[in-house]
Design a protein around this ligand. Structure first.
Ligand code: UD1
Length: 347
């Protein structure tokens, strides 16, 4: 197996899901996207088709409905599933933990059950560097001791990883969890990018929305952290690099004869503070984004960046894009969104 496989992509019209669908199609796989559109739009399937020339199949489904999920998997009979669908706002998860536990863990249980019922052996799970909490050492490696999650969002990722690991021990499922650091930017084709329909919480879209005038300014969530400039440090990674890691992880699963469970960090290995990102945005675009100092955000980690050597050596993956390209593509995408809105208003 490896080429022309059929892959179910849950959360397939979301930010990372849509970019991964494109990379899977470009690698010769066919994709069936599942989404409940709680934070994305069905039109993203058209945008994927415009990017690759291939129409993805799209199914609207709430994965918390276990019976319907199993029915779909039995009908599609995929060779593998990539499970992205999840709620992902750290701050919101602190306020609404139950919604996060029900949705993120419930959907993962449904998908796992559906895999077993349909004989789908291979799964790539969308995990997060949030599982590391506040790391004791940096860069953080996959085999570092377990950490306390700093938010219900992070805990859902730890719990789902544990569930999938237990399942792989039974020989029913082979799974790779990819722990992404901070995916940003957009595909160069200009059709897909970050396009949340719900509230926007992540730094990059908040910067580009401020730069384009949709927002008055940016709040720095704490400038009194124990870091060189007092703001938090993250490992930002281009979303296309993240998407390509999934194709490599799929190939790794397909090549393995026995069931496995493994985890890989997907980051660049370089950390940048919030202020460094604002300065890099200024240097790249010429636009100075105004910011005010605000309180710390509950659930935030002080500093985290990846030791990505395991993915480099074992998956044969490596990130291709640097910070300038991440910023350029994020800014280009924001301008495309504005043009679209202006066109929609005048027609
Ligand atoms: C977190 C997870 C990440 C996950 C993502 C999903 C950690 C370490 N990372 O990213 O794995 O994929 O959620 O959403 O938990 N900031 C501001 N002002 C703002 C917005 C953000 O100062 O208005 C700061 C934050 O405090 C943080 C940085 O910018 O230091 C990045 O924040 P964000 O883009 O929201 O991502 P994380 O919370 O790091």
């Amino acid at each position: 197996m490896g080429s022309k496989s059929k892959i179910i992509v849950t959360g397939g019209t979301g930010y990372i899901g849509s970019h991964t669908a494109v990379e899977l199609q470009l690698a010769g796989h066919s994709v069936v996207l599942i989404d409940n559109f709680c934070n994305s739009r069905p039109e993203v399937a058209d945008a994927i088709e415009r990017t690759t020339g291939i129409r993805p199949e799209l199914v609207q489904l709430d994965l918390c409905d276990a019976a319907e999920t199993t029915e779909l998997f039995q009908a599609v009979k995929p060779d593998a599933v990539i499970h992205f669908a999840a709620l992902k706002a750290v701050g919101e998860s602190v306020e609404q933990p139950l919604a996060y536990y029900r949705n993120n863990i419930g959907s993962t249980l449904s998908v796992a059950e559906a895999c077993i019922a349909s004989g789908t052996r291979n799964m790539v799970f969308s995990s997060s560097c949030a599982v590391y909490g506040d790391p004791d050492t940096l860069p953080i490696a996959e085999n570092s001791p377990d950490h306390r999650a700093k938010s219900p969002y992070a805990r859902t990722k730890q719990i789902c990883e544990a569930i999938l690991k237990d399942l792989s021990c039974t020989g029913a499922l082979s799974c790779i969890s990819l722990r992404y650091f901070n995916p940003v930017g957009a595909h160069s084709g200009g059709h897909i990018g970050e396009q949340a329909t719900g509230s926007v919480n992540n730094l990059f879209p908040l910067i580009t929305q401020t730069a384009i005038g949709k927002r008055g300014g940016l709040t720095l969530f704490g400038t009194d952290y124990d870091t060189p400039d007092g703001t938090c440090i993250r490992d930002y990674i281009h979303v296309v690099d993240v998407a390509q890691a999934h194709v490599k992880a799929m190939d790794h699963l397909f090549a393995s004869k026995s069931c496995l469970y493994d985890v890989f960090n997907i980051g660049t290995g370089q950390g940048f503070s919030v202020l460094e990102i604002l300065n890099a945005f200024h240097a790249t675009t010429g636009i100075e984004v105004t910011s005010v100092i605000g309180p710390r955000r509950p659930g935030d980690t002080v500093a985290v960046y990846a030791d990505n050597s395991k993915a480099l050596h074992e998956l044969g993956w490596s990130p291709k894009y640097g910070l300038t390209e991440m910023i350029r593509s994020a800014w280009a995408w924001e301008q495309i969104l504005q043009q679209r809105e202006q066109t929609a208003q005048t027609t």
